[in-house]
Design a protein around this ligand. Structure first.
Ligand SMILES: Nc1ncnc2c1ncn2[C@@H]1O[C@H](COP(=O)(O)OP(=O)(O)O)[C@@H](O)[C@H]1O
Ligand SMILES: [Mg+2]
Length: 165
């Protein structure tokens, strides 16, 4: 059985928009990407895998579980980078990282330091004062932080300079 299974997934927003009968399978250990022009439906597909959206027809399944119905279980294994990062105001990067560590109950500071070094990122600033690139870096670091079994990254290179990409 594939780890991730998308089977004839359909969400019709009307006027020809949405996703229509999208199917693919991803095995454990596989790195899988999909590309398409703006509005093709990449984010909509990802939102179904994250269990944020209930399919109109077809299926989005992770680990044998339907993503929408079993979201709270499935999300424990997922690190997620949204296409549009929305960070809470009034927190520093450090406070945000500590909050995510607490929520995920994962406190491996060696891994955190590895990620901060890898992305040459200093989380001292308040999130609202960060450049777009640094907001993206903070979101990337927190997606990878808990060493999740599954990583779902929406436009992971967006906002980063060529070296960081
Ligand atoms: N919540 C929504 N309500 C109505 N239309 C939507 C909604 N979300 C996405 N769409 C439409 O669905 C299409 C696919 O969008 P999206 O998945 O964001 O594309 P991509 O990520 O590939 O750029 C677009 O035409 C978009 O306008
Ligand atoms: Mg998108």
């Amino acid at each position: 059985m594939a780890l991730i299974e998308v089977d004839h997934l359909t969400k019709n927003y009307g006027h020809g928009r949405g996703i229509f009968s999208v199917s693919f399978q991803i095995e454990q250990g596989e790195v899988f990407g999909f590309v398409g022009p703006n509005g093709a439906g990449k984010t909509t597909t990802i939102r179904h895998l994250m269990g944020f959206s209930n399919p109109q027809s077809g299926k989005a399944i992770i680990n044998g579980m339907p993503c929408f119905q079993r979201a709270s279980t499935i999300l424990q294994d997922i690190g997620y980078l949204p296409g549009e990062v929305a960070l809470p105001d009034g927190l520093t990067g450090w406070q945000f990282i500590r909050m995510i560590q607490g929520l995920r109950n994962y406190h491996d500071d060696k891994r955190l330091q590895y990620l901060l070094d890898k992305f040459r990122f200093d989380p001292a600033d308040k999130t609202k004062n960060m450049s777009l690139g640094n907001k993206r870096k903070l979101a990337i670091v927190t997606a990878f932080l808990a060493d999740p079994k599954i990583l779902i990254l929406d436009e992971p290179t967006s906002g980063l300079d060529p070296v960081m990409q």
